[in-house]
Design a protein around this ligand. Structure first.
Ligand code: NDP
Ligand code: 8X3
Length: 261
């Protein structure tokens, strides 16, 4: 049977890499994001490279009615969705709680929590009817351990963690798998978005560390998705070797050197 994966936020970073990995594995893709041109570029590139179907749908996950309309239209074009990757998300700003921009807070909560819920509500219902499916929720190390000035971003990712645990219970009778993937620092457009286009500031986040690459997360999701039907990896926390969690990071210059002799 032909397999379909729906990936939110496939215009860059993890989502883009996951799209390529699964296209390479023969999956048909449904890719979403707000930047329609980028979606079309990804479609053209992956259809040509892998000969799979790529359906694009441009919408903002924060807009409940837009999500409903777009997914209804998308579902009419595919036989089913085997895998949903709830990846669309962002951090906006990095400020102490009393200095925070409340508009940034709204964007993060509306995207990372409510957007994930709106998409899941619709796709989980279709999976339930088939008693089959696999949902991946992209959380973060920030959803396991808080860090200075991370406040609202961390809270949204703690919420994703709670939702992953909770939906796993809700969907258990239907054989639907739920895997939470919690990456540490990864070099994508994430920092550029967080610092509102300040490329220098974004680059400094990865100064003297070797961060995760988007491909590393795509490989891990591929592995989880290929396990036998009775096996589900529930929760994964993945960091680069410079990080213990979102609080403790060692720069390469501070690493111990091997003893010689
Ligand atoms: P990118 O900025 O590279 O990608 C984010 C994706 O989310 C883009 O495709 C963007 O598409 C989409 N997106 C953002 N807001 C919306 C919206 N309102 N509606 C629809 N799509 C949206 O970052 P990453 O790939 O790093 O981020 C992906 C996920 O991984 C996020 O949930 C992030 O929190 C999480 N994460 C990232 C880590 C990192 O260090 N990079 C570590 C841990 C977790 P578009 O702009 O076209 O709408
Ligand atoms: C993104 C990585 O370190 O900003 O979730 O929390 S971090």
């Amino acid at each position: 049977m032909e397999k379909y994966i729906l990936i939110t936020g496939a215009t860059s970073g993890f989502g883009r890499a996951i799209a390529e990995k699964f296209a390479g594995g023969g999956y048909h893709l449904c890719i979403t994001g707000r930047r329609e041109e980028r979606l079309l570029d990804v479609k053209n590139e992956l259809e040509a490279a892998y000969g799979v179907r790529v359906i694009t749908s441009a919408f903002d996950v924060r807009d409940k009615e837009a999500v409903k309309a777009a997914l209804t239209e998308l579902l009419a074009q595919v036989p089913h969705i085997d895998i949903l990757v709830n990846n669309a998300g962002l951090a906006s700003g990095l400020s102490s709680i009393e200095d925070g921009d409340t508009d940034d807070w709204d964007v993060m909560i509306d995207t990372n929590v409510k957007g994930l819920l709106y998409v899941t509500r619709i796709i989980a219902e279709t999976m339930k009817k088939r008693c089959a499916g696999h949902i991946f929720n992209i959380g973060s190390t920030a959803g396991k351990t808080v860090y200075k000035n991370g406040n609202v971003y961390c809270a949204t990712k703690f919420a994703v963690d709670a939702l992953s645990q909770s939906m796993r219970i809700d969907l258990l009778p239907y054989g639907i798998k739920v895997t939470a993937v919690n990456p540490g620092m990864a070099e994508t457009e994430f920092a550029l978005v967080r610092f509102k286009g300040d490329a220098e500031k974004a680059k400094s986040v990865y100064n003297d560390v070797t961060p995760l690459a988007a491909d590393n997360i795509a490989d891990i999701i591929w592995y989880c998705a290929q396990l036998p039907a009775h096996v589900c990896i529930n929760d994964l926390t993945v960091t680069c070797t410079n990080q213990a969690n979102s609080f403790y990071t060692v720069r390469n210059a501070d690493r111990k050197l091997p003893e010689v002799g």
